[in-house]
Design a protein around this ligand. Structure first.
Ligand code: NAP
Length: 255
């Protein structure tokens, strides 16, 4: 497929978790720019995202849900499917990070991060696939937001690194199970992106200078950099991609 329609999301409905801010908002805006309808899911008001998408002339529906409980998250996806129609794409973006020396990391900081970043992601993939597979001929695309810490160890973020290595693993596993059944499962590993998640790093002059000095592109990433890669993984252009986790990191991992 070589014409531009291979990159269009016209007529597609895409659920994006954590769409109120940061990378999730960037993905929502990119999906809308590509012609897709966005269903944003999160626990905070999504007015800013709604306004951005309205300006683009796109379609946005906000659904309130706390994704800390994987069962609640899974039920939310079923409810959306039943009440507002089938989904073509699922972007698992919502995530949290807790920083502490590994010797001090609390059990709550382990469980909270694993629940949202990994268990909820798996449950949403599972329910999405159950719905797609129940309708013969239906296709679906899943994009999981991984991290550089799906490939590297990092420091002082033990539960986050464990969760993101897990996201890489289940992305590959689910791709192997579902590739021949019409579902593409892929991921994106963002580099250092300007969002709330990296506010502490950007506020620390030493860490911030060290990070910037190691990024070949010479700048921090922006949420829309990730959004545009997500559009590719949601669009027909990537139909033969399964189990790939694409680094969008200004060259960090290439170094
Ligand atoms: P962010 O600005 O902190 O956004 C995180 C999103 O997740 C927010 O929408 C947040 O909602 C949502 N969320 C967290 N806990 C939730 C819960 N219990 N229920 C519902 N929503 C919840 O961070 P970000 O940088 O955009 O991160 C997005 C994804 O990219 C995460 O998976 C993160 O691990 C990954 N990532 C980020 C970077 C980076 O450099 N920024 C690098 C690699 C990977 P609230 O606003 O309500 O908290």
């Amino acid at each position: 497929m070589s014409d531009l329609s291979a990159f269009s999301l016209a007529g597609k409905r895409v659920l994006v978790t954590g769409a109120n801010t940061g990378i999730g908002q960037g993905i929502a805006a990119s999906v809308a720019r590509a012609g897709g309808a966005v269903i944003g899911v999160g626990r905070s008001a999504m007015d800013e995202t709604a306004a951005r998408i309205a300006k683009l002339g796109g379609s946005f529906e906000a659904v309130a849900a706390d994704l800390a409980d994987p069962a609640v998250a899974a039920a939310m996806l079923d409810r959306i499917w039943d009440e507002s129609g089938p989904l073509d794409g699922l972007v698992n973006n919502a995530g949290i990070i807790r920083r502490a020396d590994a010797v001090d990391l609390s059990e709550a900081d382990w469980d909270d991060v694993i629940d949202i970043n990994l268990k909820t992601v798996f449950r949403l993939c599972q329910n999405f696939a159950r719905r797609v597979l129940a309708q013969p001929g239906r296709r679906g695309k899943i994009v999981n937001i991984a991290s550089l810490l799906s490939f590297q160890g990092g420091i002082r973020v033990a539960s986050y690194t464990a969760s993101k290595h897990g996201v890489l693993g289940i992305t590959r596993l689910l791709a192997c199970e579902w590739a021949h059944r019409g579902i593409n499962v892929n991921g994106i590993a963002p580099g250092y992106i300007e969002t709330n998640n990296t506010e502490a790093l950007r506020g620390d002059p030493d860490r911030s200078t060290a990070i910037l000095g190691r990024i070949p592109a010479g700048r921090w990433g922006r949420p829309d950099d990730i959004g545009d890669a997500a559009v590719f993984l949601l669009a027909p252009a990537s139909d033969y991609m399964h189990g790939a986790v694409v680094a969008v990191d200004g060259g960090w991992l290439a170094r």
